[in-house]
Design a protein around this ligand. Structure first.
Ligand SMILES: Cc1cc2nc3c(=O)[nH]c(=O)nc-3n(C[C@H](O)[C@H](O)[C@H](O)COP(=O)(O)OP(=O)(O)OC[C@H]3O[C@@H](n4cnc5c(N)ncnc54)[C@H](O)[C@@H]3O)c2cc1C
Length: 457
């Protein structure tokens, strides 16, 4: 049942946050009802804590009064994870945005959840330190949101994803207690790993108040190469050969023929007509490592008679090569006003199967399908493009692609999460026992089901 705030609720919240940080007027809270999924439900109230003690008091009170709490950062998640489906109090993390410590001896950063990922990366760079997870939304999403969704990104082939860099988490659980899980040690195997349970929990177990991240030294250099092929099959074959030589690229992004056609139509970059698939690689390390990797790639391309490749280097040239990748999203709408954007992940050897299946289902139902993404880790973005009158068909196509993904041992989400958008699909991948276990675990942390109810599992 949707929560409806009473006079005494508002009174408590005003006294805790001050009037300026409690929003309840419809025109002010409207935006807090949606996120990048474009789904919507009205929040009851929005609050903007700026201290951990406010979060503690709020979760103590909300638990006692059984009021839903929806943590919300920059709302860039694409699955409706911030949509307040039962109303309740949307808790913005944007005023909890301090970088608390950066330590180049422990190789850690301690941050509040609302720190924007790209801002942290920039500050670290000035100190020759490196936080590798790099979702395409890094400039507009936060560390708290990234941890909560276990965000992936372009550098995952070499460096892994968000969970690989979380050493510690302070989490406020319903009732107001703060759990300090993990810490600044780079290894820790005592007891059950409650910290990992929190990562990817989509705001359903507690509210993160502090995050301790593992850092690396900043690599000296990175260089990208853009390679063109006359077929996607050939691209996949060559990508496998590159990985077999032992070269681990930071990024290994591919684009299929239809994606390239959309980009051509934008008229912003030149792509030769003979190219039907493109691979964007990036290598980093010290000068010798990077030059060695590029040399070995170029040698391989010569042996395989690959004629089209362009090498990056300085900042301007790198930008030019990555522009092709950045144009995918705007260019995709040349194929349809709307899209279902799947982020399936399959075992690497099964990538060709799922791309072929996606294309042939699209063809059968006359719906354009664009395939691109993180080839290096099998995380394929399948965009199903449609117009309003084809919505039902698009969902049918999506369902068929997801079914095939599961059948070949893949997952319906490699990085975006479940939220509300994929909730009705999880029983296709998880058993009833698994889903019930997840719900029981939630009820231990959150017996009154106040944390982001109706999401994820
Ligand atoms: C253009 C674009 C590109 C993207 N590229 C990628 C990509 O490459 N890889 C990828 O993985 N994702 C990507 N995403 C999706 C999205 O950016 C990520 O899911 C991101 O991690 C969300 O961060 P956020 O700060 O916006 O969090 P929000 O969307 O505000 O919140 C996400 C979840 O975190 C919870 N939450 C937020 N703060 C807290 C907290 N303090 N405590 C507990 N729970 C909390 C919320 O309740 C919600 O469930 C992209 C999105 C866009 C729009």
């Amino acid at each position: 049942m949707t929560f409806k705030p009473k006079k005494e609720h508002k009174k408590f919240l005003f006294s805790l946050f001050g009037e300026q940080d409690v929003l309840f007027e419809r025109e002010k809270i409207l935006i807090f009802g949606t996120d990048a999924s474009k789904k919507f439900a009205w929040p009851s109230i929005v609050v903007r804590p700026s201290s951990v003690s406010q979060v503690k008091e709020l979760l103590k009170w909300a638990n006692k009064n059984k009021i839903p709490i929806i943590p919300r950062a920059r709302a860039t998640n694409v699955v409706g994870a911030c949509v307040p489906v039962y109303g309740g109090i949307v808790v913005s993390t944007l005023k909890l945005n301090r970088i608390l410590d950066i330590d180049d001896r422990d190789y850690v950063a301690e941050v509040e959840p609302g720190v924007v990922t790209g801002d942290l990366q920039r500050v670290l760079k000035q100190k020759s330190l490196f936080y590798p997870p790099d979702p395409a939304s890094a400039k507009i999403s936060t560390i708290g949101g990234n941890v909560s969704q276990n965000a992936g990104g372009l550098r995952a082939v070499k460096y892994g994803v968000t969970k690989d860099y979380v050493l510690g988490l302070d989490v406020c659980i319903p009732g107001g207690e703060i759990l300090s899980l993990g810490g600044r040690s780079h290894k820790d195997v005592v007891g059950l790993d409650l910290k990992s349970l929190m990562i990817g929990s989509e705001g359903t177990l507690g509210f993160f108040t502090k995050i301790i991240l593992r850092l690396l030294p900043l690599p000296d250099k990175s260089i990208s190469i853009l390679v063109g092929f006359n077929s996607l099959e050939r691209l996949i074959e060559v990508a496998a050969k590159i990985l077999k030589t032992g070269l681990i690229p930071v990024a290994m992004e591919f684009m299929d023929k239809d994606v390239l056609n959309c980009i051509r139509q934008l008229g912003k970059v030149e792509i030769p007509k003979s190219i039907d698939a493109m691979l964007l690689l990036q290598f980093d390390g010290n000068e010798k490592e990077v030059e060695g990797a590029i040399y070995n790639c170029e040698k391989l391309f010569k042996e395989l008679d690959i004629k089209y490749y362009e090498r990056g280097g300085d900042k301007k040239r790198e930008e030019e090569l990555w522009e092709v990748r950045r144009l995918i999203n705007p260019a995709s709408h040349k194929m349809g006003e709307k899209k279902i954007a799947l982020d399936i992940c399959v075992p690497r050897s099964k990538v060709p199967i799922i791309i072929n299946e996606s294309k042939s289902v699209g063809k059968k139902f006359n719906i354009p399908i664009l395939c691109f993404g993180h080839l290096g880790d099998g995380n394929i973005h399948v965009n199903i493009m449609y117009s309003d009158d084809m919505e039902k068909t698009a969902h049918k196509v999506s369902y068929k692609i997801l079914q095939k993904t599961i059948e070949i041992g893949g997952t319906i989400s490699g990085e975006h999460g479940v939220g509300i958008l994929k909730l009705d699909l999880i029983d296709k991948q998880l058993s009833n026992t698994e889903i019930n276990l997840m719900r029981k675990i939630k009820s231990i942390f959150d017996p009154n089901n106040i944390m982001n109810p109706g999401k994820a599992y």
